[in-house]
Every structure is written in structure tokens, then in C-alpha cells.
Design a protein around this ligand. Structure first.
Ligand SMILES: NC(=O)c1ccc[n+]([C@@H]2O[C@H](COP(=O)([O-])OP(=O)(O)OC[C@H]3O[C@@H](n4cnc5c(N)ncnc54)[C@H](OP(=O)(O)O)[C@@H]3O)[C@@H](O)[C@H]2O)c1
Length: 305
């Protein structure tokens, strides 16, 4: 007997397509045959050139509503955010408009067409007194950025839209055209023989960006809903993370100067003992983060170092 197979395409809208995660997500899905992709971000032009793109400010309700009803996506990945943690303390109205109202508008439009909204949140919703954290622990953000991210989660959960919240921390990895991530910044700065001051008292599990993209892809494949922590295998201080990077890329570790977070005098307080336990994602969606060494070796290969 002969069967004819129609390839069913998932229509995926990536919001925040010009950001670090957005770029890597676009790069990943653009190589998939069964995906119809549209990127959108606030800038007029796309950084990733070979994919359909539309400029859009998610804090403009009618703007985002029209794009979503025109494209009619099955999935919306929200990688857009106001991500400047310190500036969020003073630019409160803007941070709220993008991180909370923007998510409300995306959720409203998603609900209208039964689209599934995948939203990225942060460990900054926690106070870092008693981490690492499970999904169901009580949030208590220290700064305004964390408050907006928590409010975005709450807005989404009551929206009635089908949704998945992926909480992550300290994203690193490569994304073409993107600003350098923490690893590339260390390679460049220490490689140029410049000292770097790195905190010893902020502990978390840095997340390889490809692992987060992998998690997004599984969520889409199995239409998983709910909250999932997405982080790396190892829990360690930023100083120890930097030392591993220096060892791996043969950099002068003497240039890495240990300091405490208070010495940075940053406007926003940081959660210190943080990190995200990924057991739920591992057992329920088969999430498999790679080790730091594995991720660094992937980056090295891609950078041809
Ligand atoms: N990076 C991390 O370590 C980390 C850790 C935990 C959670 N997260 C979360 O992960 C997500 C992705 O982070 P990322 O590091 O990829 O951020 P990113 O590089 O700062 O990208 C965010 C993107 O959103 C765009 N954007 C800002 N306002 C917008 C608006 N009104 N309408 C449309 N687009 C807008 C930004 O454009 P402009 O640059 O022009 O403003 C930028 O391209 C965010 O939700 C963030 O909160 C990140």
C-alpha cells in the first residue's frame, strides 16, 4: 500500500530575534525542514539575514497583535527582554513595559489563535539566600529586573494561553552576530593580557546556550507546558567558571583577580547562592545539559581556535 506524506510545518515566531538567545534559536530552527520561521525584534533590520524578519516592539499591543494574527504561528518563542539588570533600577517604566506588558500582549495574541508561548525567565526571581532552586520554591527578587521577570511569569500563567516558562541563568555560548558572551569576553580580555576582576561569591550553574535551544526544541516537539529550570551541569562560582575557561584556552590565570560582589558597587543587588536544579527537565522532557568542558570544546571548534 502507498502512503503519501504531507510534511506538516510548524510555524514558529522568534521574538527578540536579534538578541543572543534569539539569534542562536533562529540559527537552529532555520536548518529544520519542517519549520516555517519568522524572526522579529525591535531593530529595523535582522542580524541573521537568511530568515524572514519583521521589526516589532512587543510593548506596542496593536503592533504585536497584528504580526501574530498575520503570521498565525503554532509556537511563539519569547527571547525578547529588557536585560540590563542595573539600568532596570532606574529605567523602571521601560523595563516593565517590555518585560511584563510585552509578555501580556504576546500571551493575549497567542491565546486568540491557540498558539503555544514559550517564555524565558531567570533565576533573578530568587533572592540567592538558599539556592540552588527547584521550580516550586518561593521567589523573592532582590532587584527590579527580577521583579519584572517574576511578574512576566505571573502574567503568563493567568493569561489562559498555552505556555511554557523556561528559567535559566548565566547564558554563555556562541551566537553569530551577537555581542560576545562571557566566555568570549574572558578569552578576548585575558588573551589581550588585561586583568579581569571576577566575583567569588556568586554561585550558579551557567547555561550553555545550545542546551537552552535544545530544551526549546523538545518543548516544541512534545508540546510540553509548565515551568522548567534549564541550567548547566556544574554549580560553581563565577571565579571558578573563569578559571576553567582560562585553563581550557591556555590563558594566564594570574590575570583573574578574585573579588566580592560588594566591591563592584552595582546599582542592583545580585542573588549570591543561586542556580537552578534541572531534575524536572531531565526527567520530564529528557533535558541533557553538557558539561562545561564539553561546551567549551564545542565553542573552540566553532571559533576555530
Ligand atoms: N543572558 C543571560 O545570562 C540570561 C540569564 C537568565 C535569563 N535570561 C533571559 O533570557 C532571555 C534572552 O536573553 P538574552 O541574553 O538573549 O538577551 P539579549 O541578548 O539582551 O536579547 C534581548 C533582545 O530583545 C530585544 N528587545 C528589547 N526590547 C524589545 C522590544 N520592546 N520589542 C522587541 N524586542 C525587544 C533586544 O533588542 P535591543 O538589544 O535593541 O534592546 C534584544 O535583541 C531574556 O528573557 C532574559 O531575561 C538571560
Amino acid at each position: 500500500m502507498m502512503f503519501s506524506h504531507n510534511i506538516i510545518k510548524n510555524r514558529i515566531l522568534v521574538v527578540g530575534a536579534n538578541g543572543m538567545l534569539g539569534l542562536r534559536t533562529i540559527d537552529f530552527f532555520s536548518k529544520k525542514q519542517n519549520v516555517q520561521l519568522l524572526g522579529c525584534s525591535i531593530e529595523e533590520n535582522p542580524l541573521y539575514k537568511d530568515v524572514d524578519y519583521i521589526s516589532c516592539d512587543i510593548s506596542k499591543r496593536e503592533n504585536i497583535k497584528k504580526i501574530i494574527s498575520d503570521f498565525y504561528p503554532d509556537f511563539i518563542i519569547n527571547a525578547a527582554a529588557y536585560t540590563n539588570v542595573d539600568k532596570s533600577e532606574t529605567e523602571r517604566e521601560l523595563a516593565w513595559k517590555i518585560n511584563v506588558k510585552g509578555v501580556e500582549y504576546l500571551a493575549e495574541s497567542a491565546r486568540n489563535i491557540d498558539a503555544h508561548l514559550i517564555h524565558i525567565s531567570s533565576d533573578y526571581i530568587f533572592d540567592g539566600k538558599n539556592g540552588p532552586y527547584h521550580e516550586n520554591e518561593k521567589p523573592n527578587p532582590l532587584g527590579y529586573y527580577g521583579r519584572t521577570k517574576l511578574a512576566s511569569e505571573n502574567a503568563l500563567r493567568i493569561s489562559g494561553a498555552m505556555n511554557t516558562i523556561l528559567r535559566t541563568n548565566v547564558l554563555y555560548g556562541l551566537a553569530a552576530q551577537s555581542r560576545p558572551d562571557f566566555v568570549r569576553w574572558v578569552i578576548q580580555t585575558v588573551g589581550d593580557k588585561k586583568p579581569v576582576r571576577i566575583v567569588t561569591d556568586q554561585i550558579n550553574n551557567p547555561t550553555f546556550i545550545d542546551d537552552l535551544v535544545q530544551a526549546i526544541s523538545i518543548v516544541i516537539e512534545f508540546r510540553k507546558v509548565g515551568i522548567f529550570n534549564i541550567g548547566g551541569q556544574e554549580f560553581l562560582s563565577r571565579f571558578d567558571f573563569t578559571s576553567i575557561i582560562a585553563d581550557y584556552f591556555n590563558l594566564d590565570k594570574g590575570l583573574i583577580i578574585p573579588i566580592l560582589t560588594v566591591e563592584l558597587h552595582q546599582p542592583a543587588k545580585r542573588p549570591l547562592k543561586s542556580g537552578l536544579i534541572t531534575l524536572k527537565a531531565q526527567t520530564e522532557i529528557g533535558y541533557k545539559p553538557c558539561s562545561i568542558i564539553e561546551s567549551l570544546s564545542k565553542m573552540k571548534r566553532e571559533l576555530s581556535l
